[in-house]
Design a protein around this ligand. Structure first.
Ligand code: SF4
Length: 318
């Protein structure tokens, strides 16, 4: 894997042993059968001689008999403690299985599950979180509604994803059930299977499709806690932004460039004692875009900042 990265040039700034004296051609060249291999020191029991013989036999299409039914091929695994193990053949009664036809018209009842994704959980990517919650639903004992098709999975839909490194104080996902269930019962069942590092907060029914749309929460409130000693700079730059009538920048996503005016995206930007308070549209620019464009702090230099999405907002108060 190291070689792959070196060749791809992704880790161009590596220094030290990883980049010194590595001759790629020598590293990738073919090997003689008797050459030393880097994993030779790992003892799995099977001898190198046996594997070499197997290589030669394979090139001549000669099959080694299964030692459980024939003679021992002296592979080296068996000792006085390790011997071939024979399992009894188990007869299984024949049975007919017909997969039930999926009912695409069956009603699904959706419930919104609110939870916190704080501290180290900020490093769990959205896709991993989704898989985690699929497991939570499967193991909850609730009447989970499943998708149809080849890859069957619990019906779940998530709110706007968090960037890696951003904590979420009040996140949610919508879970589909096949019948109506008291939210308190759902909460209790989920509590048993919810990861301890996430904070299960509440469950509420959300049956209407318009309430479950991604656009239901167009705004988000975020807080940024930078390192100490940056208050004055943050205060000054927030003031400059608030005085400006336009604040455009070129945003690059998936190799596409768009000109975005942060004044259209940010509703509130103010410094409060020890943190930056931001209310912004969910779409259009991330909090890291704002830190870079307004405060001149590159993403790489925000690793020690604490960034929290406090909550998603359905409607801004006038
Ligand atoms: S009996 Fe043991 S040593 Fe002989 S071929 Fe089978 S696994 Fe290898």
């Amino acid at each position: 894997m190291c070689v792959k990265y070196l060749l791809s040039g992704v880790f161009t700034t590596w220094s030290g042993p990883a980049t010194t004296n590595t001759n790629i051609d020598s590293y990738l060249k073919g090997r003689e059968l008797n050459d030393a291999l880097i994993w030779d020191h790992i003892d799995l029991g099977i001898t190198k001689k046996f594997l070499q013989d197997e290589w030669n036999k394979a090139s001549e299409q000669i099959i080694t008999p299964d030692c459980r039914q024939g003679v021992c091929s002296q592979c080296g695994v068996c000792t006085s403690d390790v011997q071939p193990h024979f399992c009894k053949e188990v007869k299984v009664d024949s049975f007919d299985y017909t997969r039930p036809e999926p009912d695409s018209q069956a009603k699904v009842f959706f419930y919104r599950v609110f939870y916190g994704k704080m501290e180290d959980m900020r490093f769990v990517a959205h896709l991993d979180l989704l898989r985690m919650m699929q497991t939570v639903m499967r193991s909850s004992g609730l009447p989970v509604a499943y998708s149809q098709g080849y890859s069957v999975h619990p019906k779940l839909s998530f709110g706007p994803p968090l960037s890696i490194g951003v904590e979420g104080e009040h996140e949610y996902f919508d879970a589909g059930l096949t019948c109506e269930v008291d939210p308190e019962i759902i909460f209790d069942k989920l509590k048993g299977s919810f990861p301890k590092s996430l904070q299960l907060q509440s469950v509420a029914p959300f049956f209407l499709k318009k309430d479950r749309a991604m656009e239901y929460y167009p705004f988000e409130k975020q807080e940024v806690y930078p390192e100490t000693g940056m208050a004055e700079s943050f205060q000054q730059k927030a003031d400059d932004f608030n005085k400006a009538t336009e604040f455009s920048f070129i945003r690059v996503r998936k190799k596409r460039e768009t000109v975005t005016d942060l004044k259209d995206i940010i509703q509130t930007l103010e410094w409060c004692d020890d943190h930056l308070h931001v209310i912004k549209k969910v779409k259009g620019a991330s909090i890291f875009d704002i830190l870079e464009q307004v405060f001149g702090i590159h993403r790489d230099n925000t690793n020690r900042f604490r960034v929290i999405r406090k909550n998603l907002i359905h409607e801004l108060k006038k």
